[in-house]
Design a protein around this ligand. Structure first.
Ligand SMILES: C[S@@+](CC[C@H](N)C(=O)[O-])C[C@H]1O[C@@H](n2cnc3c(N)ncnc32)[C@H](O)[C@@H]1O
Length: 290
């Protein structure tokens, strides 16, 4: 799809300070960009029944010996700029699907709200393995800021998608990662502490009554029309003026885009939309909404 938005231009200087160097390394670890220029392992997922059955049998024969059949692909630094869907050479065990461009923008957004003293916590709705939320906590820690990181997900994958808004063919439970696994991922980076608050459950159950009072950064990454609507309905009014509304999948999933376009129209939001990579966009909230 042709981008019709303003491009995101990082305003931060090239990393020089120790905290910027830490954040640069954190981004490379979370995306696995640190593995660029290696041959990386990829799971083989055959579509045809016979190949699937053959693989199933081989997997069972090899697993007692801790062996696995994988495909090896060379990777380049450029494979890690966009999300995993756009780049086939990327290491597949990363804690996030997003690439370096989206993490650069998240770093710039959090740094900017701290500098301009925009009030409110930061929140990601739709976290999968937790990588972006882990990075949000890393940025706050590097900057010495006390805001909380809210981590909202079912931790059971997608809810049953509404059929009229499922052009991608999602299924219930897709992308499930347990709460224990996400907490363990935070822990492995040394970033699980009392500033991180988990909101486990489906959005329609958790978001209406969540104890979130004010947000300075709201990131939505939930793939479905209804999930995106729920995030907007319950959380956008809590985003402070001057805060960042960030949406993965606006450019590549038409159901997400519809949910966002409808909400903008209903609430007369005309803030310019800025493109981050081939999928994500953001805008800065200029007026208080109901
Ligand atoms: C694309 S993944 C998120 C990717 C992640 N932000 C990253 O950086 O890699 C979508 C996530 O949204 C969650 N999700 C979607 N709809 C939801 C809903 N209605 N309630 C709770 N979680 C939901 C899924 O469980 C899944 O973890």
């Amino acid at each position: 799809m042709t981008a019709q938005f303003l491009p995101f231009v990082p305003s931060e200087p090239v990393p020089q300070m120790v905290d910027d160097l830490y954040l640069d390394l954190l981004k490379r670890c979370l995306t696995r960009a640190i593995c660029a220029h290696k041959v990386t392992r990829h799971t083989i997922a055959p579509r045809r029944f016979h190949f699937r059955a053959a693989k199933w049998i081989l997997d069972r024969l090899l697993s007692p010996f801790h062996l696995e059949i994988v495909q090896l692909r060379p990777s380049e630094e450029s494979d890690y700029l966009e999300s995993t869907h756009e780049a086939r050479g990327r290491e597949e065990d990363a804690e996030t699907m997003v690439g370096m461009k989206q993490l650069d923008q998240m770093q710039a957004a959090i740094t900017d709200v701290i500098r301009r003293q925009v009030p409110g916590d930061v929140l990601e709705a739709g976290v999968w393995r937790g990588g972006v939320s882990i990075f949000m906590r890393g940025v706050l820690k590097a900057r010495g800021d006390q805001r909380r990181v809210w981590v909202a997900d079912s931790f059971e994958g997608l809810p049953d998608p509404e059929q009229q808004h499922n052009s991608f063919g999602w299924r219930k439970g897709d992308m499930a990662v347990s709460l224990e696994q996400v907490k363990s991922n935070f822990s492995r980076y040394g970033l699980l502490d009392e500033q991180v608050v988990f909101l486990p459950g489906f959005f329609h159950e958790t978001l209406p009554t969540a104890a979130v009072t004010s947000l300075s950064v709201l990131r939505a990454d939930a793939d479905l029309y209804e999930s995106t609507r729920e995030i907007l309905t319950h959380l956008y009014p809590k985003l402070s003026v001057g805060g960042y509304a960030i949406f993965d999948d606006y450019q590549n999933l038409k159901d997400c885009r519809l949910a966002i376009d409808e909400y903008r129209l209903e609430h007369q939001i005309n803030d310019p939309i800025i493109s981050i990579d081939r999928r994500a966009v953001y805008w800065i909230k200029s007026a208080q909404s109901s």
